[in-house]
Design a binder for this molecule. Structure first.
Ligand SMILES: Nc1ncnc2c1ncn2[C@@H]1O[C@H](COP(=O)(O)OP(=O)(O)OP(=O)(O)O)[C@@H](O)[C@H]1O
Ligand SMILES: N[C@@H](CCO)C(=O)O
Length: 287
């Protein structure tokens, strides 16, 4: 059995902790069979190879009766880079428990469990449902609403340095002024309306009008403003993907090659991936 989970790009500017898009990088977990103790084969650096691995820990949380398995994990989602690597591991763990313990979880139940673990649905909901998702929690439950897919390329500029979500959240203010908060919320609301109306010229303007987090995090990701300025030449919109440091540019596919050339000419030499929205979310292959 193989479980495939997409990466996700959260926030899209002002949609802090509530909007996210599943994108075309993947975590794959193959269940090789029963074992005497949990064994997780991977080449993803320092992550644990035993039951301390996050995927196994989450699976246990969902189904404590699970017996040990031999897992093979591979992923092209960079870890601690703002593309939802931790959410992909959480979703894989939930699906692993769902399959091995035959829990028959609905998509809504998976979103609820994953969002409770992560604290917000912006990465986990698209990783489960696929596509563009807007969600939050009220009255002790999470809701996630699927929005139309933007017909754009998403160019991810992935700096070599890591940025843990914890560190990128630590630079945020503890409080916002009342008027600043209502305006930031109004910008986010209007972005959501524009996404559903598929008014992408307005989406692009509002995507760059965040007042919740980017101004505080920009000091940690100096490439953000340079890439945003370059994007304007190509009628593109740029935001900090999740907690960063990945910088995401939403651009018309015909302009992608020229934009990437401009990034390179301006000395931006780190990894670039041209991503597309993933429509499927988590997928299980029983072969
Ligand atoms: N494939 C994986 N297997 C097990 N644990 C993982 C895996 N990928 C990520 N993790 C865990 O998630 C942590 C990274 O989470 P973090 O929230 O800081 O970054 P991110 O999820 O990549 O970025 P963001 O939340 O901003 O999109 C890693 O340090 C590791 O503990
Ligand atoms: N919305 C989250 C995404 C990373 O978990 C943040 O920006 O901190």
């Amino acid at each position: 059995m193989k479980i495939k989970v997409p990466a996700s790009s959260a926030n899209l500017g002002p949609g802090f902790d509530s909007i996210g898009l599943a994108v075309s990088l993947y975590l794959n977990v193959t269940v090789k069979g029963s074992a005497k103790k949990w064994q997780v084969d991977h080449q993803l650096g320092d992550l644990p190879h035993d039951e301390d691995n996050m995927i196994v820990q989450i699976a246990f949380q969902v189904a404590p009766q699970l017996s040990p398995q031999h897992l093979e994990v591979s992923s092209d989602i960079p870890v601690t880079h703002g593309l939802g690597s931790s959410s992909s591991a959480i979703v894989a763990g939930i699906e692993l428990a769902n399959q091995l313990a035959n829990l028959k979880l609905t998509k809504a139940a998976k979103v609820e469990i994953a969002s409770q673990i992560e604290g917000h649905p912006d990465n986990v909901a698209p990783a489960i449902l696929g596509g563009l998702v807007v969600g939050t929690n009220v009255a002790q439950h999470f809701d996630a609403v699927e929005a139309p897919l933007p017909p754009y390329d998403f160019v991810a500029y992935i700096p070599t340095y890591c940025l843990a979500t914890k560190k990128a959240r630590a630079v945020l203010p503890r409080q916002l002024d009342y008027h600043a908060a209502t305006h930031a919320s109004a910008v986010a609301n209007t972005l959501v309306a524009a996404l559903f109306k598929q008014n992408y010229s307005l989406v692009k303007e509002l995507m760059e009008a965040d007042d919740f987090h980017e101004q505080y995090r920009a000091q940690l990701v100096p490439e953000l403003m340079t890439i945003r300025q370059l994007g304007h030449i190509y009628d593109a919109a740029t935001y900090l993907s999740g907690a960063g440091p990945t910088i995401m540019t939403m651009i018309t596919p015909e302009k992608t090659a020229a934009f990437i050339e401009a990034l390179r000419k301006n000395g931006l030499s780190d990894r670039i991936e041209v991503l597309h929205p993933d429509r499927n979310g988590v997928v299980v292959d029983d072969q």
